[in-house]
Ligand binder design. Structure first.
Ligand code: TNX
Length: 512
């Protein structure tokens, strides 16, 4: 470390950087604290990245930064290069045990004229920190300060940590199937805004989307349908691992959901013994909910669930398994309770924590389970009383599948319209009276796919609204300000265009 910084101190050509203002940069989510020193750091052809320890995860973050800098600027920046050449304008990722970095994912970014230092406790903090840095790298180089191009990064300090430990998005790949490439593109965009979880809704009445080796008909039969009569699709276990790996490289955890005991028509079409309604079972392409149910009193049904959960749990490194549990209108109340209780036991046996939509509080759930609030506030309060943590996804505020307004090309409107200001202007910490910050694990924005079937349609509903949820999940309530957000959001248009994001140009924003 000392050598590296000594090298930096060698006399260099003095560059007259333009006046900059780190504090007014268009960062989303807004960091806890930003202090500007009004000069510049020149990212250029001789810049190098160094990582303080041979920690493989941390080194991987260094390489991730290098790749993204190349995509944006064309510069090829080496990581931990073994060179005698005195490094210019070093970017240093430093693992520190400072007490100020106690909260997981926190980081400090010190940008000076001749060096950038990212201080973190672990690789996840480094990863969040480099997103901030990437957002600060301008689109255009300055070609007049020297005889080679410089990308001028504003100098100063960023001190940052997340408000909530869980900042998620959900994608329904069951109503319509989305390819591995489409899911990866979404993950990449979410990671840029510091999301750390992607919940995949892998099964519903209209389709089963993940290969299960012990129950092959789930995909041989159950994956062949989707809303509107299309051909569906599914992820092989290899595809699923590929998604998990891609997400993990971005410090995003995949949360698998198998929705039950309702929303199970595709499973029952594949294996009719699972059905508990006694009605004829046919493939379903419509958008009604609440008509299917597993038979909650059959041992073979639990054997099935045990094997499905086992295979998925073994593939999924994250701590959670989502059992759905919503809208089980064709399951008797007593059966529902019995079912949720049994399934939590199975989830725990396979080493995972159960997550479920807020109805699961009607089951006899343990206090470690997580309830995902979407509609019924009393369920959220009941969960809190039972000691459960809550993920907030109130449909009226956070459902990405709600239309922006009556003119929206895609989306539903059963929970109302959600224009960008409605998406942004609520405070998760005070949203439900009686629910305090301690009860809340975080925020998640679900995207149901009845009306969308490809990346362009997904992006129309998800962007720019996911950026509102990114900020509500990460930034302190005091730092959430609509007028300020609007200005920062307008400046994301260049990024969206570069990433080929088919965003909805909300008329509330004065796009550049
Ligand atoms: C309700 S939200 C559902 C989904 C639908 C969605 C459409 C929830 C837990 N269940 O089955 O796709 O509304 O907005």
């Amino acid at each position: 470390l000392i050598l590296v910084f000594a090298a930096c101190k060698e006399p260099k050509i003095q560059i007259q950087y333009p006046h900059t203002d780190l504090a007014s940069e268009a960062l989303i989510p807004k960091p806890v604290k930003t202090i500007a020193t009004h000069s510049g750091f020149g990212l250029e052809k001789n810049t190098m990245i160094y990582v303080s320890e041979k920690d493989t995860q941390l080194v991987a973050v260094g390489h991730f930064l290098s790749h993204k800098i190349k995509d944006k600027t064309g510069l090829v920046i080496p990581v931990n290069a073994d060179t005698d050449q005195s490094p210019h304008n070093l970017i240093y990722i430093y693992k520190s045990d400072s007490v100020n970095l106690k909260v997981p994912e926190s980081y400090q970014l010190y940008i000076k004229e001749d060096s950038i230092l990212i201080n973190t406790k672990n690789a996840s903090g480094a990863f969040r920190g480099i997103q901030t840095l990437l957002q600060l790298v301008p689109e255009m180089s300055n070609d007049t300060l020297t005889d080679y191009p410089l990308w001028v990064v504003p100098t100063g300090k960023v001190i940052d940590s997340p408000k909530f430990e869980y900042r998620g998005a959900m994608l329904d790949v069951a109503r319509h199937f989305f390819s591995v490439e489409e899911v990866k593109k979404y993950i990449d965009l979410l990671a840029y805004y510091k999301f750390n979880a992607l919940h995949l809704h892998l099964s519903d009445d209209q389709g089963w989307r993940l290969e299960i080796k012990s129950w092959p008909k789930l995909t041989q039969i159950g994956a062949k349908t989707e809303v509107g009569g299309g051909t569906g699709g599914y992820y092989t276990q290899g595809d699923y691992q590929d998604i998990i790996q891609y997400a993990a490289e971005r410090f995003v955890t995949i949360i698998p959901e198998i929705d039950m005991p309702g929303h199970t028509n595709a499973a029952s079409v594949s294996y009719p013994f699972l059905d508990g309604t006694g009605k004829p079972i046919k493939p379903y392409h419509g958008t009604r909910v609440g008509f299917s149910s597993f038979d909650t009193r059959k041992d073979t049904v639990y054997q099935f669930i045990d094997e499905v959960v086992k295979e998925i749990a073994e593939l999924s490194p994250g701590p959670y398994f989502h059992i759905g549990g919503d809208e089980s209108h064709s399951t008797k109340k007593s059966d529902y309770k019995y079912f949720v209780n049994k399934v939590e036991g199975i989830v725990q046996k396979h080493g995972k924590i159960m997550v479920g939509w807020d109805e699961i509080v009607d089951g006899d759930i343990s206090s470690e389970a997580i309830a995902q609030h979407w509609r019924t506030e009393s369920n959220a309060l009941k969960a809190a009383e039972n000691g459960n943590k809550i993920i907030l996804s109130p449909a009226k505020k956070a459902y990405l599948d709600m239309k922006y307004d009556s003119l929206s090309k895609y989306g539903l409107d059963w929970a109302g319209h959600i224009p960008l200001d409605v998406a942004y202007n609520w405070d998760p910490e005070t949203y439900i009276e009686g629910l305090s910050k301690e009860n809340i694990l975080g925020v998640e924005a679900p995207l149901w796919s009845e009306t969308i079937s490809n990346s362009a349609e997904l992006e129309y509903l998800a962007f720019p609204r996911t950026l509102a949820y990114a900020e509500l999940g990460w930034s302190s309530s005091e730092n959430c300000d609509w007028e300020d957000f609007k200005i920062r959001l307008a400046q994301q248009a260049i990024f969206f265009e570069q990433m080929n994001v088919s965003y909805y140009p909300s008329p509330l924003i004065d796009w550049k």
